[in-house]
Every structure is written in structure tokens, then in C-alpha cells.
Design a protein around this ligand. Structure first.
Ligand SMILES: *Cc1c(COP(=O)(O)O)cnc(C)c1O
Length: 356
């Protein structure tokens, strides 16, 4: 094997931050994985049955435009199919969006800390990330994000609820923000956790996207619908942007089994949303018990809680791992803990009681 390779790769590649997946724990050990905001419920039997049928056709290419899935989503969301596109997870759609609208050097604004895929996708698409610090209570600072817009700004990413901190933006502040941003700046509302939101002040992003041609909504079937392993996300917005995403995306980006499982999940949506409600109830219990222990944490509207542990972060994450609970540490900042099985949350609460 040759020692070295003379082919140059783009300079940016070496400098990219790495996407850190939630740890999976050591093989053979008994542990709860609360590190990736996954759904703790196993797949629905009806979804497994649809997958078994779908498996009989894996020698064929899937439907290029995922037309049945698009049709099901259009009906479910009451949207025109031309305003919808599906992708290999919403992270893929995010990258396609950037590829479709960014010219080299264009700025992309987002809160920080927020979803770790944002700086990566921005830089791969030759954009320049502009990080705007969160407020003291771990919310997106929309006025500061509006103030950060320059002539070079092409995209603003609004993650709501914000991963990893939890709060949702409010309709009034989002409206004010959108009014202040020029209509040639694309505002992406990333609603990966929207099904878990119970904050009545939260915006109706789909309605906003119908009113404003510069707003695109990203959603995923990975979290609430429990299809993280199959990779299905969707984007909703103006046909021009949706068409541009379609133009840059790799053909057959959503595989056949993913399409089948997503269509069946929309048929079984009531059953899945019952599970979401149970996760929301478990969240309420966890939040209340943490408050009783004396923790003051940011509001969470997602399927996780954020504990800003600062310098203790790595140590606490290691202690949790030793107790069989894998959480997601953000070094020097805090841990994000997914709302998982009741037993996992009980074990976690025993631990947090010793941390104060
Ligand atoms: C999980 C997540 C996504 C996307 O997940 P996919 O599995 O790629 O659909 C997008 N945005 C945020 C903020 C997320 O947390």
C-alpha cells in the first residue's frame, strides 16, 4: 500500500468540526442510551410488516421522487405536493439547501450552542458560519441574530426547540425577527422536535412558510416517529427553493424501505403520537423531579433535558456511564439527556441527587 496520496482535498476538510454521534456504550454491557434523542419505543408491528413486504423489492430502484410518501405528507400537512421534498434525514436536506443557495463566502447565521451539524454543513457548502450566543436562559437570541445579518448573509438557521438546550422560540419574537430580515435571506426553521412541543407561545412554522416565501421548514421522522435508523426528513416551503433542493440532491436519496416505513408511519400517526404524549409525560416527571432536587434548568420543549454543568461536564458524563446511562456531553458546557425508558430516568434521578 502506498505511504502517501498526492491528491489534494479542499482545505476546509481538515478544519471541519466532527459530528459526534451519541455514544453507543460498550458491547455486552447493560446500559441505557440517552445520548442521541432517539425514540425509546421499538418499531410498530405495522411498520415492521410493511418493511418485510418492501424487502421483497430491494433489487429494484426505489421511486425517484418518493411520490407516495410526498402524497401522504401533503395530505397529512394539508400542503401542496410541490411545496414538499423528502431527503435522507433532514440533515441531508440541510446540506442540499446550503448547496442550492450559498455562493462561496456567504454567511450563515445560527445560535450557539445549537445543532452541531450547522457549522459542518455550512462550511462544506463554502459558507461562513456566524455564531450568535444564546441568552442566559439558553434560548435563541433572535434580536441578536437579526442584528448579525449583513449584506453577505444568505441563510439564518432557527432551531426550535433548540438542540441541545431545549427551549422553543415564541411566535411574537419570531414574527418580529422575520419582519426585520430582508426577504432575500432564507430563514430555515428546523423543527426536528416539533411533535414534543407543548409551549402555547410556540409558532406555527408551516403557516409562516405559507405566508413568507423566504421561510423553509425542516422536519424529521427520526425522533417522534422512531425512524432514525432509516433516515427520512422533509422540507416544506416555496416551490422555487424546494425545486432547487430537488435539483442538487443525489438521485434516490430516500431508499425504498425508508419510503415504505414513512408512509406506514403516517397511516399509524395516532398510535405514534400517543407514544410522543407518553414521552412528554415522562419529560414532565423528570423536569419536576429535577426541580424538586434543586436544579434550575432551561425550559425544554423537546425529548431531552439540558444540564449546564460547565467544567464538571465530562466527569458527570463518565459517572452516568459508570451507572449504565449514556448521556451526551458537550465538553465544558453541559450534558444533554434524552427522555428514555422510565427505568433509565429513575436511575438518572438517583444519580443527579448526588450531584448537588
Ligand atoms: C436530529 C436532528 C435533525 C435531523 O435528523 P435526521 O435524522 O437527519 O432527520 C435535524 N435538526 C436537529 C436540530 C436535530 O436534532
Amino acid at each position: 500500500m502506498s505511504e502517501s496520496c498526492a491528491v489534494p482535498v479542499r482545505k476546509i476538510i481538515k478544519a471541519l468540526p466532527k459530528y459526534v454521534p451519541g455514544a453507543r456504550g460498550s458491547a455486552g454491557g447493560q446500559f441505557f442510551k440517552l445520548s442521541s434523542n432517539e425514540n425509546p419505543y421499538p418499531p410498530l408491528p405495522s411498520v415492521l410488516a410493511a418493511l418485510a413486504d418492501g424487502a421483497l423489492e430491494i433489487n429494484r430502484y426505489p421511486d425517484l421522487t418518493a411520490s407516495e410518501l410526498i402524497h401522504s405528507l401533503a395530505e397529512f400537512l394539508d400542503e401542496d405536493p410541490d411545496r414538499l421534498v423528502v431527503g435522507n434525514g433532514s440533515v441531508a436536506l440541510l446540506s442540499h439547501l446550503m448547496d442550492a443557495v450559498l455562493n462561496p463566502g456567504d454567511e450563515v447565521i445560527f445560535g450557539w450552542r445549537s445543532f452541531e451539524a450547522y457549522p459542518i454543513a455550512t462550511q462544506i457548502a463554502a459558507g461562513v458560519p456566524v455564531l450568535v450566543p444564546l441568552t442566559a436562559d439558553a434560548r435563541l437570541d433572535l434580536p441578536a441574530m437579526a442584528a448579525a445579518v449583513t449584506e453577505r448573509t444568505r441563510v439564518v438557521l432557527v432551531c426550535t426547540p433548540n438542540n441541545p438546550t431545549g427551549p422553543s422560540v415564541h411566535a411574537d419574537e419570531l414574527e418580529e425577527f422575520l419582519n426585520s430580515v430582508s426577504d432575500d435571506v432564507l430563514v430555515v426553521i428546523d423543527e426536528a422536535y416539533v411533535e414534543f412541543v407543548r409551549d402555547e407561545a410556540a409558532p406555527d412554522a408551516l403557516a409562516i412558510a405559507r405566508e413568507r416565501a423566504n421561510v423553509i421548514v425542516l422536519r424529521t421522522m427520526s425522533k417522534a416517529y422512531g425512524l432514525a435508523g432509516l433516515r427520512v426528513g422533509y422540507a416544506v416551503g416555496h416551490q422555487k427553493i424546494i425545486g432547487a433542493i430537488r435539483a442538487v440532491t443525489t438521485p434516490f436519496g430516500v431508499n425504498g424501505l425508508a419510503q415504505v416505513a414513512a408512509v406506514q408511519s403516517l397511516r399509524a400517526v395516532d398510535e405514534l403520537l400517543d407514544r410522543v404524549e407518553a414521552i412528554v409525560q415522562a419529560r414532565s416527571r423528570l423536569v419536576a423531579e429535577l426541580a424538586d432536587q434543586g436544579w434550575e434548568l432551561p425550559d425544554t420543549q423537546a425529548n431531552f433535558v439540558w444540564m449546564p454543568l460547565g467544567e464538571r461536564t465530562e466527569q458527570r458524563a463518565a459517572e452516568a456511564a459508570a451507572a449504565g446511562i449514556i448521556v451526551r456531553p458537550f465538553s465544558g458546557e453541559g450534558i444533554r439527556v434524552t427522555i428514555g425508558e422510565d427505568e433509565a430516568l429513575d436511575d438518572f434521578l438517583k444519580l443527579t441527587a448526588t450531584w448537588l
